[in-house]
Write a protein that binds this ligand. Structure first.
Ligand SMILES: Nc1ncnc2c1ncn2[C@@H]1O[C@H](COP(=O)(O)OP(=O)(O)OP(=O)(O)O)[C@@H](O)[C@H]1O
Length: 500
């Protein structure tokens, strides 16, 4: 026997379900009646009302609808033309340039979501980059606002009567443009922030991809060669906390453009690297350059004759660069200050390495150019001084504010050794590690010396064995040296006592 749903629900003891089914049935019935009435009324109106009256009613209804509906926001379109479009499309004086066109295409290549595109185009500067196919469009979001890009291909007539014109055959030229459309209320943002953001992003990406250079001074100009130093903060063997603080300092420096502008100081940072030879000062400079992707300007002061020459060299350094002066103690030392008997410690003559005793570049010249010159021109500059003998430096250089960070590159410690072992053998542990780490506490070995031992063999057991033996011998020699020293001291004391 069949039962209708409410009865079945009641039978099952589900009163609420039964009510809901009843209500649904009533609603369906009502909707059907209303629809029938509307259809009937429309038919009757069509039959009974005159045509003019009907048109007037329709017009009035559309007027009411237009009033009630909010109009679509006003849109703006910015056209960015390619080189060919500018040459032949009459846009030569229009303001946009094909550099911008290339920049935008390059930027959009990094923003394309391949899953949302019907057609995908591979190519462009980087052959593996996706690009917008002509006729396609995509949306980019900047500061929460949607910007729509469309790639538009067109044809332009060109020619001046010659068969060839700028290398193109007379006739139609295929032109290309990118069209950016956005709500009119975002015009200022589009022109003032979004487009500049695109060009800056692309310039930064290109800078990061391009090869680094190291420049050396020749007269008043710089001569550059490619810089391939492999050192990075990952491969650099140094105290992990110190390394972390250097990286954090660099990151902070990069983010502080507005801060430096506000306080009216040159956007520069100075590091003084000191420590024994072979502890990685040059490696740290290379790691900083690789990290920031800044070119290096290695200033040899012995080649600089006068302050004006120095000024020209410093002026010739572009933004985002690192000025390195190695072994600064050899250029400006407390010794030279005493020789000069100059009471003003900022006016210390630099003496050339070739024995020329004429005062030439002064410390005041160097520091003043760096402080003054760069505060009015240029941004994002790093200065690095290195020395093996910090105690020989003039106090003017060590004064607070001159160098922002003093970084000691010391002998190889436990963690530094682990970094080197990882660099050379990709290992984090070995049975010889404990002994090596203990020996490194007892003796002074530079990372350069440890690296050299590790390079002796490609077999990790052999290389670590060689290093262990080297450190043992160093310890032995140290002990013998100490006992020899104490013998000498004892003999000296005995001699002194005998003389008394
Ligand atoms: N801290 C380090 N981390 C990794 N490798 C290092 C380190 N220190 C030295 N080395 C190795 O030793 C070589 C020489 O080191 P580097 O020239 O950086 O030392 P330095 O302190 O600048 O020496 P100098 O004062 O003689 O110029 C480097 O090329 C590298 O192979």
């Amino acid at each position: 026997m069949e039962m209708d749903p409410p009865a079945a629900a009641k039978a099952l003891g589900l009163p609420s379900y039964a009510k809901a089914v009843d209500a649904y049935r009533k609603a369906v019935g009502t909707a059907a009646s209303v629809t029938a009435y509307v259809v009937l009324a429309r038919g009757m109106a069509r039959e009974l009302l005159p045509h003019d009256l009907l048109s007037a009613a329709r017009w009035a209804a559309s007027l009411v609808r237009a009033r009630l509906e909010t109009p679509p926001p006003e849109r703006r379109t910015l056209v960015i033309k390619s080189a060919a479009a500018l040459l032949y499309g009459g846009g030569g004086g229009g303001g946009a340039d094909s550099g911008l066109y290339d920049d935008v295409r390059e930027y959009l290549a990094t923003r394309i979501d391949p899953h949302s595109m019907g057609r995908l185009c591979l190519g462009g500067r980087s052959k593996r980059a996706l690009s917008l196919e002509h006729g396609d469009s995509m949306t980019d979001v900047f500061e929460g606002v949607e910007f729509k890009w469309a790639s538009v291909a067109g044809q332009s007539q060109h020619g001046n009567g010659n068969e060839y014109d700028y290398g193109y055959r007379y006739g139609n030229v295929r032109t290309e443009s990118l069209e950016l459309s956005f709500d009119a209320e975002h015009t200022d943002m589009a022109l003032g922030r979004y487009v500049p953001f695109i060009t800056e992003t692309v310039a930064e990406a290109r800078r990061r991809e391009s090869a680094l250079h190291i420049f050396i001074n020749e007269g008043s100009s710089w001569h550059g060669i490619k810089h391939h130093h492999p050192s990075t903060f990952d491969t650099l063997a140094m105290d992990p906390d110190l390394k972390q603080s250097v990286v954090a300092d660099l990151d902070r420096f990069l983010k502080r453009r507005d801060y430096y502008r506000r306080i009216g100081k040159a956007w520069k940072r100075g590091y003084l690297l000191y420590g024994p030879p072979g502890t990685g000062k040059s490696s740290l400079v290379a790691a900083i350059a690789n990290y920031l992707r800044f070119n290096l300007y290695d200033l040899d002061l012995s080649e600089v004759s006068y302050n004006t020459m120095l000024q020209r060299l410093l002026n010739g350094m572009p933004n985002k660069s690192i000025l390195v002066i190695e072994d600064i103690d050899c250029c400006f030392s407390t010794a030279s200050r005493k020789e000069k008997n100059d009471s003003d410690s900022d006016h210390i003559p630099y003496r050339s390495g070739q024995g020329n005793s004429e005062p030439r570049i002064t410390l005041s010249g160097l520091l003043n150019f760096i402080d003054g010159l760069w505060s009015t021109s240029g941004e994002e500059r790093i200065i690095v001084f290195t020395t093996n003998y910090k105690d020989r430096l003039d106090p003017a250089l060590l004064r607070p504010g001159r160098m922002d960070m003093h970084i000691y590159m010391g002998y190889c410690g436990s963690e530094a050794f682990r970094t080197l072992a990882r660099n050379y053998f990709l290992i984090d542990d070995h049975k010889l590690f404990p002994e090596i780490q203990q020996l490194l506490l007892d003796v002074e070995a530079t990372p350069a010396a440890v690296s050299e031992m590790l390079l002796r063999s490609e077999d990790v057991d052999v290389a670590l064995g060689v290093l262990t033996e080297f450190l043992r011998q160093k310890k032995q020699a140290m002990r013998e040296g100490e006992s020899m020293q104490s013998h000498v001291e004892l003999a000296g004391k005995e001699a002194a006592a005998g003389n008394l």
